[in-house]
Design a protein around this ligand. Structure first.
Ligand code: UD1
Ligand code: CA
Length: 454
């Protein structure tokens, strides 16, 4: 069946009190509208139309990487029925049309697939939800036989209708051509003076349709964002869902409420993640990876048996198997640990390779450097990679030992098995196997320490 999707996103979002169009506010680092578009794609929609209004240009720009999306402007917001009607000329290929909302980000594709399946090629489907407090929503009016007859909006409802606790989520699925016909017959003679999309249900019933109703597994799937309190609530609901998925897939989370995933995480078996961890972009964990508390991992690849200790920030970095990083380490873009490396506290590594089994344990900056295997970098070692204009490379060969507080002034090469004496400033290449050091002679002088003059 060829499915088309219309996403209504013309609302002003006044209650966000924001200069940013509402549908560009983010959940899990992605615009609200992005979640809805992803969902439409998961349903293999053949055409997707977004109805925009307020801030439309900015919304379109934010989705410039998805040129197949179609955009329709609804200049005046005359109601949900009017909005869908605006989209009709942009829809050509689909048999069934699904209506979604740009500010309802957590509807699961599974829920919608269930609705679409129930609706078939030519039926009418409606997603409803039963709420303890239905205030504000359109109510689902059923007949004595339990069949849906129509929807009545809160402001148009009688006292008896207001008592109904089954409400309209707004999401529906209907044959495109029939829907176009019903929309053409809408009137705005109601309490809000709007063209209600909900009125098409009564019309479909009058035309002999049997409305197929489905409900989502959780009410949160139908919840919209109108203000920042709701935005935060849906963020938490989304994160809870991601956390549950990870735990179900075999990841131990010390506290599922204290993990945030803004992107995608892949993992092997028996990974453990401690509290307050933030995952961004594309993150891959091997088997038995342990992530300590308060770590940020942004676009990183981590091998098997790696331990990232507390308070580390890793970005665009690769950590080879059996390495140990942190606590308080920073791996910046282009940092690559081949494997079995130890990176300790207050160490910053940028655009550098650290060879197998090498150690940088304390208080160092390593930039634009190639470190071989089995190297030991002493505390406080700094690669002076920048001359104020250009960056230069440092090469530290296999089994070199760099004494503490060494400055390696790039470009410079330290040879295989070379030793650098502590406190040296190394500006020329240090040969293999030798001890190289630059150090003022230590002298001891008899003297009188100054005293206070009264
Ligand atoms: C609508 C439904 C109501 C349902 C509720 C669920 C109608 C008439 N009522 O009510 O039955 O219970 O949603 O949340 O459909 N929009 C446009 N253009 C417009 C009007 C709205 O794009 O001209 C978009 C808004 O951006 C929003 C969505 O449609 O995303 C819903 O509009 P809103 O005004 O919030 O509808 P409700 O009154 O809440
Ligand atoms: Ca609403």
């Amino acid at each position: 069946m060829r499915l088309g999707v219309v996403i209504l996103a013309a609302g002003q979002g006044t209650r966000m009190k924001s200069d940013l169009p509402k549908v560009l506010h983010r959940i899990a680092g992605r615009p609200l509208l992005g979640h809805v578009v992803d969902c439409a794609r998961a349903l293999a929609a053949v055409e997707i139309v977004v109805v925009y209004g307020h801030g439309g240009e900015r919304v379109r720009e934010a989705f410039a990487d998805q040129p197949d999306l179609r955009w329709v402007e609804q200049a005046e917001q005359l109601g949900t029925g009017h909005a869908v009607q605006q989209a009709m000329p942009a829809l050509r290929e689909s048999e069934q049309l699904l209506v979604l909302y740009g500010d309802v980000p957590l509807t699961r594709p599974e829920t919608l697939q269930d609705l679409i399946t129930a609706t078939g090629h030519s039926g009418f489907g409606l997603l409803t939800v039963t709420l303890p407090d239905p205030t504000g929503y359109g109510r689902i009016v059923r007949n004595a036989g339990g069949c849906v007859q129509r929807i009545v909006e809160q402001k148009d409802a009688t006292a008896e209708e207001l008592a109904i606790d089954e409400v309209n989520t707004g999401i529906l699925c209907a044959p495109r051509e029939r829907l176009a016909g019903w929309l053409g017959g809408l009137s705005n003679s109601n309490a809000q003076g709007e063209y209600y999309l909900t009125d098409v249900i009564g019309m479909a019933v009058a035309d002999g349709f049997d409305i197929q109703v489905r409900q989502p597994a959780a009410a949160v799937e139908a919840e919209g964002v109108n203000n920042r309190v709701q935005l935060a609530a849906l963020e938490r609901a989304h994160q809870r869902r991601v956390a549950e998925r990870l735990m179900t897939a075999g990841v131990t989370l010390r506290d599922p409420a204290r993990l945030d995933v803004r992107g995608r995480i892949e993992h092997g078996r028996d990974c453990e993640i401690d509290v307050n961890v933030l995952i961004e972009g594309e993150v891959r964990l091997g088997d038995r990876v342990r992530i300590g508390a308060n770590c940020v991992l942004r676009d990183v690849e981590i091998g098997d048996d790696v331990e990232i200790l507390d308070n580390c920030v890793l970005e665009q970095a690769k950590v080879g198997s059996a390495s140990k990083v942190g606590p308080f380490a920073r791996l910046r873009p282009g940092a690559e640990l081949i494997g079995g490396a130890h990176i300790g506290n207050f160490v910053e590594i940028k655009k550098s390779v650290v060879g197998r089994g090498s150690k940088v344990n304390h208080l160092s900056y390593i930039g634009d450097t190639e470190i071989g295997a089995g190297v030991n970098i002493g505390a406080g070692t700094i690669t002076c990679n920048y001359d104020g204009a250009n960056k230069h490379k440092t090469i530290i060969s296999d089994h070199a030992f760099i004494g503490s507080n060494t400055a390696l002034v790039a470009p410079v090469t330290v040879g295989v098995n070379a030793t650098i004496g502590a406190g040296s400033v190394i500006g020329k290449d240090a040969p293999d196997d030798k001890l190289t050091l630059t150090r003022a002679k230590q002298v001891s002088i008899s003297w009188q320490r100054p005293t206070n003059k009264k």
